[in-house]
Design a protein around this ligand. Structure first.
Ligand code: 4AD
Ligand code: MG
Length: 508
């Protein structure tokens, strides 16, 4: 038996054996300091010449990044160390001395995204990726917990499908024993069938979209959670969405303190989910976006102009700060102090790059927001501009019929709008959920299937759901990677899934 770093506090003052990999290493004449990682956490281990003897000490000198070993020794409290404990080794057993590790210790920024993506199988070991995958795990657990506690039945929808659920432009075609088949874009239609059998269901599975564009928000293979509720209208659907997101985010805040800290995620911003989510009809959202309607005295365009001014000011300030530090370094500084300042400068340069990107983008966003044509779908920047005036996630509902899927229920007396709802996450993360009340009128459905140029024979089974005990029902789909991105505060979906599949990326 060995112990795990996560439980190290239980071994305070006692002996423990840890097994893991070298995340960092440095040596002095008589001590080797190893930051060990074992998957559950990180801890400093000290291998002292006097404690392990000459032979083991010499062997330990050969250890390098990502070498694997077991260490047995005393656990001592040391508040200066990560996790608050240190292991003082008495015995070590080396499993493997690694080859020269291609990813530098402080991975961030030093390597290009392409290089890291090529090395994804190793990159997953870095602290940041480790933290993201653990947040993802807690999100998954939180999702199951929420639905299971509310009598929902989890169902597995097929991956090979005959029909297009979310439009024909993003279908991956495959050969199914000589027949044309598509990889599922969504389990929803099957979820609707199951909801008529079970009442409340949710799917949790992989979905596929041939998005031929390299954006931070699109993957070709992503995981979707799709609850479907019999006897629900869109109001009830929105209540469910709000409760669901609050539950999942609060669970992450509670269970992932270490991970969120490693990611430098501002928890206060996440905790803003604990207020009522604004519900805005699409037509109002358009006015807000264009700056024609204010939200609590905030105008979307003015807010962008302020953000722009602040970004410009931030760049000036940081540049001045860097110049000052550089002058001081030049004038002479102690080694430790110089290192500290140099590290600060690296961080500030990165922050400047981010701000400069904002300065380049915001004028374009303002232009696009002001000239937004009602009746269209919001683009990524439009979602950013719109959500910026709200603190909490926003639900936009009653969308133009022509931009939404065939199955959405028409608003009574207003066939140009459907009872769809999108949940837009704050801080620029944008759409994470799409949902709707479903059309129950078989005649309208038949007309819509034709209008959308979908093959009627593929939908016969679906129409049966409207022939045998048709009931009002609603549901939604959450993109797992989108909520992971928001929770972790990531720029891109490529880091949210172990092995991303997206345009231009099939390996590793
Ligand atoms: O809005 P979408 O297309 O809705 C549906 O698929 C419905 N059938 C859901 C339902 O009502 N049961 O997709 C739902 C969510 C989006 O809000 C987004 O979070 C995610 O799936 N998503 C993607 N995530 C990553 N990459 C992509 N290419 C995505 N496309 C959609
Ligand atoms: Mg959508």
């Amino acid at each position: 038996m060995h112990q795990y770093i996560k439980e190290i506090a239980d071994f305070d003052g006692k002996k423990a054996t840890l097994k893991g990999w070298v995340a960092n290493i440095r040596e002095s004449k008589t001590n080797i300091f190893i930051v060990l990682r074992d998957g559950t956490g990180f801890v400093q281990c000290v291998v002292g010449l006097n404690d392990v003897g000459e032979e083991q000490f010499e062997a330990a000198k050969k250890l390098n990044l990502e070498s694997s070993l077991a260490l047995t020794g005393n656990v001592v409290k040391d508040d200066r160390q990560i996790g608050g404990y240190e292991l003082q080794a008495e015995n070590i057993e080396i499993y493997h001395i690694a080859e020269e590790y291609p990813i530098a210790k402080k991975t961030h920024g030093e390597h290009g995204v392409r290089f890291l993506a090529d090395k994804r199988h190793l990159w997953l070991r870095s602290k940041r990726q480790w933290a993201i995958m653990r947040v993802r795990n807690q999100i998954i657990m939180g999702i199951h917990e929420f639905f299971q506690d509310r009598q929902f039945i989890q169902m597995d929808a097929p991956i090979f499908t005959g029909n297009a659920c979310e439009g024909t432009t993003t279908l991956f075609e495959t050969d199914f024993f000589g027949e044309k088949a598509f990889l599922s874009q969504s389990g929803q239609l099957y979820g609707e069938a199951m909801a008529m059998a079970q009442g409340l269901i949710y799917t949790f599975g992989p979905t596929f979209r041939a998005e031929k564009s390299d954006t931070p928000r699109h993957l070709a293979e992503f995981w979707m959670i799709e609850p479907e509720m019999a006897f629900y209208d869109n109001e009830m659907n929105m209540d469910m969405i709000e409760g669901f997101i609050k539950h999942v985010i609060n669970r992450v805040i509670e269970k992932c303190k270490v991970e969120l800290e490693a990611l430098e995620r501002d928890i206060e911003k996440l905790a803003k989910v604990n207020q009522e989510f604004p519900r805005v009809p699409y037509t109002d959202a358009v006015k807000i976006l264009r700056g024609e309607q204010e939200v609590n005295g905030r105008n979307a365009i003015t807010v962008q102009e302020e953000d722009l001014a602040n970004a410009q000011k931030g760049i000036e300030e940081k540049k001045a700060d860097i110049a000052e530090r550089e002058a001081k370094i030049k004038a002479g500084m102690k080694k430790g102090e110089r290192r500290f300042n140099e590290a600060k400068i690296v961080v500030m340069r990165k922050e400047i790059a981010t701000l400069e990107e904002q300065v380049r983008n915001i004028p374009k966003w303002i232009e696009s927001a002001k000239s937004f044509e009602g009746g269209e779908d919001f683009g990524g920047s439009d979602e950013t501009v719109l959500t910026r005036v709200f603190d909490a996630p926003v639900m936009v509902y009653n969308w133009p019929t022509k931009i939404k899927a065939f199955y959405m229920k028409e608003v009574e007396g207003d066939p140009d709008h459907v009872k769809g709802v999108d949940l837009l996450a704050p801080e620029g993360y944008g759409e994470i959920i799409g949902g709707s009340e479903r059309e129950t009128d078989i005649e309208i459905l038949v007309r819509k299937i034709k209008e959308h140029d979908l093959p009627m024979e593929e939908f016969e089974w679906y129409l049966d759901l409207r022939r045998f005990g048709s009931v009002p029902h609603a549901g939604f789909g959450l993109g797992l990677e989108r909520i992971v991105r928001w929770c972790c505060g990531l720029n891109h979906l490529r880091e949210t899934i172990p092995f991303p599949r997206r345009y231009g990326r099939l390996l590793p």
